[in-house]
Design a protein around this ligand. Sequence first.
Ligand code: BES
Ligand code: ZN
Ligand code: ZN
Length: 489
Amino acid sequence: MLRLIKGDLYKLQTDAVVIPVAEDAQLHENEQVIFLTEKTGTATEFRGAKGDELTLYNLPEVKSPRVIFLGLGKINKIDAESLRALCGRAVKKCIKSKLKNMIIAAPSSVKLGMETGEVLEPMLEGAFLGNHVFSKYKEEKKNRPLEKAGLYTEPQIMSVFSGLPLQVETVCAGTLLAREWVSTPSNYKKPEQFAKKISSAAGNENLAIKVFKNKYLIRLGFGAMVAVGAGSRNKPVFLILKYNPKGAKKTIALIGKGITFDSGGINLKPPGSLEDMKMDMAGAAAVAATLISAAKMKPKMRIIGAIPIVENMPSGDATRPGDIITGYNGKTIEINNTDAEGRLILADAISYVLKEERPDIMIDVATLTGACVIALGEKIAGLFSPDDELADKIIESAKKTGERCWRMPLPDDYREYLKSEFADISNMSSSRWGGAITAALFLSEFIKDTRWAHIDIAGPAYIKKETDYCGAGGTGFGVRLLCDLIQKL
Ligand code: BES
Ligand code: ZN
Ligand code: ZN
């Protein structure tokens, strides 16, 4: 869908030429683009401020029927994220106008004081990510994605970055896959169905797939997963994806929370907290999609994706508050709140991965706590890790991809809130406060001394209203971040 384009801009066959404009400086060096931006001079309604838009039709010099100017605001405020957003906005505008293709003029990296790749990559990302329409459950498909989007650049840039569009597509296709899964309603992604969706997407790649069903999970001692799934007719599945290239020396394990619907169980959630709980498998979606994209990038390390998939429902068979279960590692857990189910299924998945795969690094991704959303809001994920080097690398990747993470503490003296009178540990903190931290501390009890990080994506995994390069629903948060991290580890 993406490509780089050079040559005579005025002669290009395209439905729209989009030109980003700053309010206080010329962003372009290309003569043809500069000539066009000068045409906005008389339009008082367009100053190049953030959000400004102006479309000129049938300019005599230009073959394309439309030239669309989009404002980027002040030049020194422009960064990777604003370029990503601008391209998403451009693509969405063209989709709404029922166009088939468009070309965006890339600003000069010299003028922006950025590296060329730092300009091109986010622009390509924004265009690809903005070109996603989730209309599977609508009879009338009002909006259709564009067939092509081109980035207009100089010939010498094109030859150096010719591989970039495909690389961006490979990674961002993973983001779209995760978005689709997260936005799918829970009645279409019961655990076995969701596992099949992942398996069929992963089956096309160089990935080994293992599927453990409920009876096998009972036999192997996945007591926590089985307890969370006890109330539902739709029984748990544990999926393990493995990318295992020849000569790999390092193993990185990714673990994703896959609750296909979180009703809370016997601790039933109140109305208002239930409607969006189809998104409680966003960690699983991010991990599965990352493995699928990563397998295409052919990194040298072994990557394990461990994905526990469970539906959390109340019923006569459901686990009760106060029940004590035994997890995969033999530890007993008192389930004091059936709505704190994510940490339970993750504990079993972590214990299994530690025993069977002995990874060098383990990262879990989960929509784990409402408390994390209260702490950091809906756009920033919580990052927990006792390992400074690993945490720094994750933050660095997060900054690059615009999937923001903020490091949170793992204070030892909060561990006492997880003490149980009757079992080895309680799944529920005895304190009302700091719920994101105590959830992370619960997970840490299962890690032993492996290098580990936990990313709580409860906030940014899902949005109710569309943004510049994402529609309402699943955001695919984490896929681009993890793909970038894998290349850095
Ligand atoms: N899936 C929820 C967390 C969540 C909340 C995700 C809001 C996305 C948006 C999780 O299983 C949960 O219910 N956590 C409880 C934990 C509590 C019972 C200790 C919470 O955060 O309230
Ligand atoms: Zn819950
Ligand atoms: Zn949950």
